[in-house]
Design a protein around this ligand. Structure first.
Ligand SMILES: C[S@@+](CC[C@H](N)C(=O)[O-])C[C@H]1O[C@@H](n2cnc3c(N)ncnc32)[C@H](O)[C@@H]1O
Length: 237
């Protein structure tokens, strides 16, 4: 159950996803039609603001389940004057289930997702085989997937489960690197690096010759919080 007071977000950058019909074309929410990239778990927006400034020719959708994070992200975007970002308060799997279209994303960014470091909690991690397989369906051919984590064990787990997924091609010479030139740092990345803790970067692309039959699309998992109805307003039935 969410007990925190919800801050109303009035920014023009914020999209109230619940006002949109299922199947809504997300690119139509931007002032011009450009490739569409998604950041899952944008926090307070450090990464997306830098990436959107680097790539004005791309539209960026930043999502988070954290109301205050969405609020802060919107404020910072509005202050920046960037027009190629939209923010939604939505759970990643729910968003893809509700609005996902095949080949709609040119890139997906997952930066420092909730780590669930305890072994018995690993099945709560967002990035697993089901989610990676679903992303293959929504990514364009040659679309990028970036996964960044400070948790070595999460980096190794994702490297291990992505390797047999034939739709992905690793863009790095190793399963992960500790530095990725030109890649903006998020708040969490900066925090870990300032403590001399390593951050692990992965970069994969959907292979151009790979197609996924919609029949093979795995059923969406609700995730730990929604299985236990902790965020019922974010996963209405
Ligand atoms: C550890 S923080 C990292 C924030 C930011 N990416 C950074 O690197 O500074 C993880 C963020 O992901 C959000 N989050 C966790 N699970 C999510 C999900 N299933 N869908 C969308 N956002 C999620 C959390 O609310 C939180 O803001």
């Amino acid at each position: 159950m969410i007990t925190q007071r919800r801050i109303e977000i009035t920014s023009p950058t914020f999209i109230d996803a619940w006002q949109l019909p299922a199947g809504q074309d997300l690119n139509a929410l931007f002032s011009s039609r450009q490739p569409l990239a998604l950041e899952v778990g944008c926090g307070i927006g450090d990464f997306i603001i830098q990436r959107a400034a680097q790539q004005p020719e791309v539209n960026f959708l930043a999502i988070d389940i954290y109301n205050k994070g969405c609020y802060k992200t919107c404020r910072r975007i509005d202050d920046s004057g960037l027009t190629n970002i939209r923010v939604m308060r939505m759970e990643a799997r729910y968003l893809l289930n509700r609005f996902g279209q095949p080949d709609m994303l040119s890139a997906v960014y997952i930066n420092c997702p909730d780590p669930w470091p305890k072994k018995r909690h690993r099945d709560r991690r967002l990035v697993n085989t089901t989610f990676l397989t679903q992303l293959l369906y929504y990514l364009k051919p040659a679309g990028d997937l970036y996964f960044v984590t400070d948790v070595l064990d999460y980096a190794e787990q994702v490297a291990e489960i992505i390797q047999p997924l034939s739709g992905y091609a690793n863009q790095l010479a190793t399963p992960y690197v500790l530095q990725l030139d030109g890649y903006p740092l998020s708040k969490y990345m900066r925090r870990f690096l300032s403590q001399d803790l390593p951050v692990h970067f992965q970069h994969h692309q959907r292979r151009c010759d790979f197609t996924l039959d919609p029949q093979e699309l795995p059923v969406t998992e609700k995730g730990f919080r929604n299985r236990h109805n902790l965020d019922s307003e974010l996963w209405p039935t």
